[in-house]
Every structure is written in structure tokens, then in C-alpha cells.
Design a protein. Structure first.
Length: 485
């Protein structure tokens, strides 16, 4: 990688803000302010929305007092030394200040190393050390959510004691690991592309692979996330879980039945005492109670998956798209119009409308494909491939039908433009990786996470200093602007 000096422009507003601050301290200031804003602004917006929603019900001024106390707590909490703003400042500041002495160290260590190699080693090592100690700073803060009362064996027998677990920084670590992998794979692919173009051996297949990489990452990530949402929701963050539930608009009894079928609590042809789960649903939609009995209905009618839209699977998919599109555009359009209001124009309005419609169509198609994939698995294609006997029906409804929906839904991303596909893939991949790891683990294994984070940060920061365009998406631009002096 050829060495490049940062050339990003700093806005006049930022220059005024940083006036009087020594150049060497400006990256630290930017990192702290950015970290503080990212950790407090979303919570303040949520608090404001809750206040607006409750204002009409309040007549004694208690809501205002509660909001002020909560606001003060949010603003004060962001200033604590073991919080995200300090982490950002320590990460950026440590990597900046350690680089100069480390350059001298590597220069003295070996005169056989080129200046470029010495600089790379200094950047990587500085970022590694800063990453190690900054993540340790976050990990040192205890959280009640990671404490459980468990039995411990003692000389006096089994006693209950509070047990601390690690893992509260796992999402951040997986994010860093994914971005480091993206940098490395992207650089290797770029070098391969340059070699093949120079040798005039670049093919249409290579072009197709490059074009489908981001959609494939998004699709596989969504498959993992949706599978976890159905069967292991505890592996997803609570807010993420809640959002998917709202977007999917599924009867919770149907999800419960899928889980019980998966784990053998509900079996076709056997009385296991679980018929009440779907029979309660039958009462709501005025279906025969036999629909929900796994002894009498083998399989459960696909009409139950459609939840009141009739027996036709294709019609259900279309109705899902319509409902989801309306739900999504009612959220996206107001947000885009608010952003457009800064510089109102007819062109801006058209762009806001097009962007909202495109994103809503993507989300509507995502949900429609998921449900239709389930129907394909259990009604349209699954029985023709796997079979129609009781054992095959158990196999289909214990995972195959959900797997088909998970595999199909993510390809809706092809509706979005290439840049949006890239951003979406980079956004969901770390969350998908999180479903493969336990949300908490014993503290003695925390060094592995710390090592993974430090190495990943070292890769990303080194690349930002040399090839900032290789760190894709908003993160690359943001890091470049933060690190420039």
C-alpha cells in the first residue's frame, strides 16, 4: 500500500470550535465530542419522544420533573471516565501520541527496515496498545446486567453468590473485527483485480462476484439474525429484537409454536399438551380449533401463517408487502423531509420522496420474502422435495420452512443502490456475528476479546493512515476526519 498523507478538509465550523487547541490535541477533542454526542443524543431523542407522547396525559407537572432528572442523568453519565467518550479519546489519543516514540524505537531496532515499514509498524503497534487499554477501560465498568446469583460449592455446601460475567463490549469488538476483515479482504481483492486487469484476464464472472459480495454479506447476515430472532432471541440486543418484532407484525403464539416444534415440545401426531398455543390463535381468527391441534392437523394449515389474509400464499406475500411498505414509508418519509428542510427545494423533495419509497420497498420486500419463503418451505416446494409423511412434516416445520424464509429475505437488498447495499451490509454483519457467540462469558476469557479488538483496531487505524478509501462507508470518512491534525 502506498503511503498517503491525510488531505481531508475540516469544515469552517470545526475550525472555529478547535480554535486555540494545539494541532496534536485536536484528534482527541474531536473523538471525545463525537463519542459524547453518539452516546447521549440518541437517548435524549428517545426521552423527548417519550415526553411528547405522555405530555397530554400529564396534569401535575410530574412528567416535566422526571424528564429534567433523566436528562441530567444522561448528560452527566456521558462524562464518566469509563464511558464511550473517554474510550474514544483514549483510543485516538493513545494511537497518536505513541506513534512518534515507536517510530524512533523501530528505527533504532533495525536499520534494515525501510522508512515505510518502520512507519507502518509504528502505526500498527501504537493503535494496538491504544486499543488494548481503551477497551480495558470500558470493560472495567461493572454492570448489573452482567451479574447473576448462582450456586457455588464451598466447604459449607452450596451457597448463592453474585457472579460477574464479561461480554458487555462484545458488540463493539465484533464491529471492529468485521471492519478489519473488510479492510484486509478488500485490499486483497483490489490487488487481485489490478493484476488480472493488467494481464487482461479480468472476466465477467469477476465483475459479478464483486457486484454481489455486499448483497451476499447482507443476505447471509440477515439469515443469521432472523433465525436467531425466531429461535434464540436472547442472542440479539433487546432493542433490535423489539424493532424486528414491530416490523414483522407476527402473532407471538405462531412464533412460540415454531420454537416448540423446533425443540420437540410440539410434535405432529403426538399428544404433548401443547395444542392450546395455536388453539388460542384459532379463537382470535375464528378458525376451527382442530387447526391448532398437532394430532389432528398434520401439518398446521398455511392459512395460520397468513394470519387472517386467506389461504393463498402469494396473496399473503403481496398483502405483507403492502402493509410493510405503508408502515415503513410513514417512518422514512418524515425523517427525509426533516433532513431536506435544511435546504428546501423541489429537487430535494423529489430526492426525499424517491429515497423513502426505495427504502420502504426494500423493507416491504424483505418482510414479504421472509413470509413467502416460509410458505415455500412448508407448502409450495418443501413437501414435494422432502415428503408428505408425518416425519417429513415435522422436519419441515422444525426448521426448514424458517430457514427458507431466512435465506430468501435478504436478497431484497438488490432494490437498494450499490452504496446503500454496502452500508447495510456493514451495519448488519457485526450483529449477525453476535448471534454466533454467547452474550456473556467468564471474565478469565476476556483477554481473547481484548486481543481481537486491539488487533482489529490496529489494522483499521493503520489503513486509515495509508489508504483511507479502503475503510469503506461512513466509518472511513469519519475516522479520516477525526485523525487528521
Amino acid at each position: 500500500m502506498a503511503m498517503q498523507q491525510p488531505t481531508a478538509r475540516i469544515s469552517p465550523r470545526s475550525r472555529v470550535f478547535e480554535h486555540g487547541v494545539p494541532p496534536s490535541l485536536r484528534p482527541i477533542l474531536r473523538a471525545y465530542v463525537l463519542g459524547y454526542a453518539s452516546s447521549t443524543v440518541p437517548r435524549i431523542m428517545t426521552l423527548a419522544l417519550l415526553y411528547i407522547g405522555r405530555r397530554g396525559k400529564n396534569t401535575h407537572g410530574k412528567s416535566e420533573d422526571h424528564v429534567l432528572v433523566s436528562l441530567a442523568k444522561i448528560l452527566k453519565g456521558g462524562l464518566e471516565p469509563q464511558r464511550f467518550p473517554t474510550f474514544c479519546a483514549a483510543l485516538v489519543g493513545g494511537s497518536s501520541f505513541l506513534e512518534i516514540p515507536l517510530r524512533r524505537f523501530f528505527a533504532l531496532l533495525s536499520d534494515k527496515l525501510s522508512q515505510v515499514t518502520q512507519l507502518r509498524l509504528a502505526k500498527w503497534t501504537a493503535a494496538f496498545i491504544a486499543g488494548w487499554f481503551s477497551i480495558k477501560l470500558l470493560q472495567s465498568k461493572k454492570s448489573e446486567a452482567y451479574v447473576e446469583i448462582l450456586y457455588h460449592e464451598t466447604e459449607h455446601g452450596r451457597v448463592l453468590r453474585p457472579t460477574h460475567f464479561a461480554g458487555r463490549t462484545l458488540d463493539l469488538t465484533l464491529f471492529a473485527c468485521h471492519r478489519a476483515a473488510d479492510v484486509i479482504v478488500g485490499e486483497l481483492w483490489s490487488q487481485r483485480k489490478d493484476r488480472r486487469i493488467a494481464a487482461q484476464s479480468w472476466t465477467r464472472v469477476d465483475t459479478l462476484v464483486g457486484a454481489l459480495t455486499d448483497p451476499a454479506i447482507f443476505t447471509s447476515s440477515c439469515a443469521l439474525i432472523m433465525w436467531a430472532w425466531i429461535y434464540t432471541p436472547d442472542r440479539l440486543p433487546r432493542s433490535y429484537n423489539k424493532w424486528i418484532k414491530s416490523a414483522a407484525a407476527v402473532d407471538p403464539r405462531l412464533v412460540e409454536a415454531l420454537r416448540k416444534t423446533r425443540y420437540g415440545e410440539m410434535k405432529y401426531g403426538l399428544e404433548t399438551g401443547q395444542a392450546h398455543v395455536l388453539q388460542d390463535m384459532c379463537k382470535k381468527y375464528k378458525w376451527p380449533l382442530d387447526y391448532g391441534d398437532p394430532v389432528k392437523s398434520i401439518p398446521f394449515p398455511c392459512e395460520m401463517v397468513h394470519m387472517g389474509t386467506g389461504k393463498n400464499c402469494e396473496y399473503h406475500a403481496v398483502s405483507r408487502f403492502k402493509r410493510s411498505f405503508v408502515w415503513a414509508i410513514s417512518t422514512y418519509l418524515p425523517l427525509n423531509l426533516i433532513l431536506m428542510a435544511r435546504n428546501p427545494s423541489s429537487k430535494g423533495f423529489k430526492v426525499a420522496l424517491k429515497s423513502s419509497a426505495q427504502s420502504s420497498a426494500f423493507l416491504g420486500t424483505f418482510i414479504a420474502l421472509f413470509y413467502y419463503g416460509v410458505c415455500l418451505g412448508r407448502t409450495r416446494l418443501g413437501p414435494k422435495i422432502i415428503g408428505t409423511d408425518v416425519a417429513s412434516r415435522r422436519k419441515i416445520d422444525s426448521g426448514i420452512c424458517v430457514g427458507a424464509g431466512c435465506a430468501l429475505c435478504g436478497w431484497s437488498v438488490l432494490i437498494e443502490n450499490a452504496n446503500r447495499r454496502k452500508e447495510l451490509g456493514l451495519f448488519v454483519a457485526p450483529r449477525a456475528l453476535a448471534t454466533l457467540f454467547p452474550r456473556r462469558y467468564l471474565p478469565e476469557h476476556q483477554w481473547r476479546e481484548t486481543l481481537a479488538f486491539a488487533m482489529s483496531v490496529a489494522v483499521v487505524f493503520t489503513c486509515v493512515g495509508e489508504r483511507p478509501e479502503r475503510v469503506r462507508g461512513v466509518l472511513g470518512k469519519l475516522l479520516h476526519r477525526v485523525l487528521i491534525q
